[in-house]
Design a protein around this ligand. Structure first.
Ligand code: ADP
Ligand code: MG
Length: 386
């Protein structure tokens, strides 16, 4: 979908920002460009929508050399999201989102409907946020509007230059999750620039790790983390890549432990019997509809007091939806000082994740990747030998 062929960019002052770059991004693929400041990421991106012209080499979009495409026409096919979103301050969120459809001459009604649909897609309620002005939104919400606006005319390609760089880490992780969900629906061809290796690893189908003006490694996240191609990449990825892996590994059903489960209206005595029978020091407490209420320790259950579980249960706030990252699980454990966290699907309780299980899940992910990398090596050998 996007192809760079021996592209070099030398600025007027002699700086070589991009040096003989060749790579290809497939249709529907999300490629993250990651590297330290000044290594040529933004220059690469701006050459795709012709905000910057290469000094030499060629760039193809959908098979056509973009040097021969009118820049205005070109940019209609390319959504562009940057860190300073650049929303129009005196236009409402809905009007901002409908900017490109308006420019394209869509009917007012159709443009507004499309804008509302997009706002919903990025997690904003058009009836609440649509009529607000940009300065009435949080930083994270403004970035969402930026994404909605870039998608409004349904361009096949999306360029994103550090779009979540200016928001705090918690909001950033939310935006990343939402963007992944969004991308699974819209399947754009995306070039995503970041200086944050963790962000690159979480979002990218493949990652281009930049050294100065050059790509040092272009591979899926697991390969970059598991088998850095050069000492430079190893250094950039960091010694703590086991930790980074936490953020790309999701909690799965098989990772969960099944402690005894009791109900709020169970008699206390019954809970004590269950705990003793299963040799457990605590039980999970569910409400009538099977939702998580909390937990009850053996001491309380076996205290000999009368009444129901509900009268002695403790609330439990440490929970996550299935599919959350191991990193989220770990930080939730720390935040709540909890020895385990509950994992839910919708409102349904699925089981609990303990530190030991978390460690096992991490091992599972490393082993799986090690096998994948080994297979890739074998394939390469076969090709080379053929
Ligand atoms: P990144 O986005 O990775 O931080 P850039 O692509 O912005 O890097 O910049 C790459 C290099 O090109 C840097 O050394 C930068 O100083 C230089 N550069 C960027 N824009 C210009 C310009 N307009 N004129 C001269 N040098 C530039
Ligand atoms: Mg930049």
């Amino acid at each position: 979908m996007i192809r760079f062929e021996h592209v070099t960019k030398r600025y007027a002052d002699g700086t070589t920002a991009v040096d003989d770059l060749s790579f290809e991004v497939a249709e529907g693929e999300l490629v993250t460009l990651v590297g330290p400041s000044g290594c040529g990421k933004t220059t690469t991106m701006k050459m795709v929508n012709r905000l910057i012209e290469p000094s030499s080499g060629r760039i193809f979009l959908d098979g056509a050399d973009i040097a021969g495409v009118d820049p205005v026409q070109l940019r209609r096919r390319i959504g562009y999201v940057i860190q300073q979103v650049g929303l129009f301050p005196h236009r409402t969120v809905l009007e901002n989102t409908a900017t490109v459809p308006h420019l394209l001459g869509w009917q007012r009604r159709k443009a507004r409907d499309r804008a509302a649909e997009l706002l919903e897609l990025v997690g904003l309620d058009p009836s609440v946020h649509g009529s607000r002005y940009p300065d009435q939104l949080s930083g994270g919400q403004r970035q969402r509007v930026g994404v909605a606006r870039a998608l409004a005319a349904d361009p096949p390609v999306l360029l994103m230059d550090e779009p979540f760089g200016a928001v705090d880490p918690v909001v950033r992780e939310h935006l990343q999750n939402e963007f992944l969900r969004l991308q699974s629906q819209v399947r754009k061809t995306v070039l995503f620039v970041t200086h944050d290796i963790e962000e690159a690893v979480r979002l990218g189908d493949r990652i281009a790790v930049y050294g100065h003006g050059k790509i040092e490694q272009f591979a899926p996240p697991a390969a970059v983390l598991g088998a850095p191609a050069t000492p430079y990449v190893a250094d950039f990825v960091g010694a703590d890549r086991g930790l980074k892996r936490l953020s790309v590994t999701a909690i799965e059903q098989g990772d969960l432990e099944q402690p005894p489960v009791v109900r709020l209206d169970d008699p206390l005595e019954k809970a004590a019997d269950r705990l003793t029978a299963e040799g457990s020091r605590w039980a999970v407490v569910l409400d009538d509809s099977g939702g998580l209420h909390g937990w009850i320790p053996l001491e309380s259950a076996a205290s000999g007091a009368s009444g129901t579980v509900g009268e002695h249960a403790r609330r439990m706030e440490a929970w996550l939806p299935l599919g959350s990252s191991l990193k989220q699980a770990f930080s939730t454990m720390l935040q709540h000082d909890a020895g385990w966290i509950a994992v839910l699907e919708g409102d349904r309780f699925l089981g609990v994740l303990t530190p030991a299980r978390l460690h096992e899940a991490l091992r599972r992910s490393i082993d799986a990747d090690a096998q994948e990398i080994a297979r890739e090596d074998v394939d390469l050998d076969t090709v080379a030998g053929a």
